[in-house]
Design a protein around this ligand. Sequence first.
Ligand SMILES: *[C@@H]1O[C@H](CO)[C@@H](O)[C@H](O)[C@H]1NC(C)=O
Length: 258
Amino acid sequence: MKSELCVLAVAIIGYVSAQSKEIQEDPCKVKSRVVSDVTYCDRYWECVDGQPELYDCPNGLVFAGKNRGVTEGCDYPWRSNYCAGKQQANPPIGTEHCEWLYGIFGHETSCTRYWTCWNGTTTEQFCIGGLLYNEKTHSCDWPDNVVGCQKHPLCNDDPNGNVPLGKSCNRYWQCQGGYPRLQRCPAMLVFDRNSLRCVVPPTEDCDVPSTLPPPRQEEEEFDNVPQNNPKNREQKGEFPNLPPGALPVPAKNNRPRN
Ligand SMILES: *[C@@H]1O[C@H](CO)[C@@H](O)[C@H](O)[C@H]1NC(C)=O
């Protein structure tokens, strides 16, 4: 008898607290047949054979909406405010490099590498072109935006020196206090990887610059840099897809020093 009373009390309290909160939407009453759970951001309801059924998002993902997100209507939690006012129901299932089965995570020892995790399968990724992994945006970003990792390994040898950029004859990195900046030699000069400055060609690797566009291979080095900044578009002609901070410095700084 006592335990029955107790169950009743719990039921009443549960009912009252449910009443004071938002009411769970019924997936069978909406056109999409799918609705988010009212309490947990990693759960959703689907109408199956006329009945609401509760589903969990893949571990590490949260509900974004039908046909949205990265898989099964679920998305990385940091891509939007999916979890505002909600909790995650499921704890992380971690693997060696992944906190959750699905996600994008920083590298344990490197600022230029990171891990992508898909159902527990780990893939090591690399930031290229002077970029570092930004834990906040979960993507490669300019060193200025990456707290704790500002000094790029490119500039380890000399925090204020120049560094060749791949096989490029006219572009190079100029380190400024450990921050790499993309630079371009003034017209008709080429970057000399021995003296690390712009010189009159020819050099060991570079002939007189032609007016032909640079080889495709060189452009590809910049393909995975952030692309959501409107400034990038202005620069597109000369420096495709470059994030902010990559603007070439005025030509006077570019002149070879003698
Ligand atoms: C995820 O991995 C598990 C175990 O390796 C496997 O059984 C399952 O089918 C996978 N799920 C998806 C959606 O690939």
